[in-house]
Design a protein around this ligand. Structure first.
Ligand code: NI
Length: 169
């Protein structure tokens, strides 16, 4: 039995958010514990997705829960990869690591993702809608990419000036 804990969410510009995360190679009790804590942290925030680097662990692990909006159960994915993508769609997006900022981001409309479930079994997910967006956002985190990197350079400069000024202590 695990005691679940809400972990501290790393905030931009924490350098761990910019690192390329390493593949999960061993499935053990520590990993299961981390997964439970990440689910707890995501629900507590509340958010619809969380990637391990956001809790300071540079590993290729994501959790996604869009069940409040779409008919899909909670997803835990190890070493996820986008195999195929089609269409483009603009939608508003935010990130638990950049609190208080929401902007429109263009992403693929549908994606086909491959990875492993928490027991290490291969899984394939075909996603559209909010799930497709959340998967792309979380997989970006594993490559050190934040949603602000996907806006226009002018918008990004404007964001940096305002956001960093606001968060400076
Ligand atoms: Ni995020």
């Amino acid at each position: 039995m695990f005691f679940m804990a809400v972990l501290q969410i790393r905030k931009f510009p924490d350098p761990v958010l910019r690192r390329k995360a390493l593949p999960v190679e061993e499935i053990n009790g520590n990993l299961q514990h981390l997964i439970e804590d990440m689910i707890e942290t995501m629900h507590d925030a509340p958010g619809i997705g969380l990637a391990a680097p956001q809790v300071g662990v540079s590993k290729r692990l994501i959790v996604v829960d869009v069940s409040h909006k779409e008919d899909h159960p909670l997803i835990v994915l190890l070493n996820p990869e986008i195999i195929d993508a089609e269409g483009k769609i603009d939608s508003e997006e935010g990130c638990l690591s950049i609190p208080g900022y929401v902007t429109t981001i263009r992403r693929s409309e549908r994606v086909f993702v491959r990875g492993l479930d928490r027991e290490g079994r291969p899984v394939e997910i075909e996603a559209a809608g909010l799930l497709a967006r959340a998967l792309q956002h979380e997989i970006d985190h594993l490559n050190g990419i934040l949603f602000i990197d996907r806006m226009s350079p002018i918008k990004r400069e404007f964001f940096k000036k305002r956001y960093l000024r606001k968060t400076r202590v």
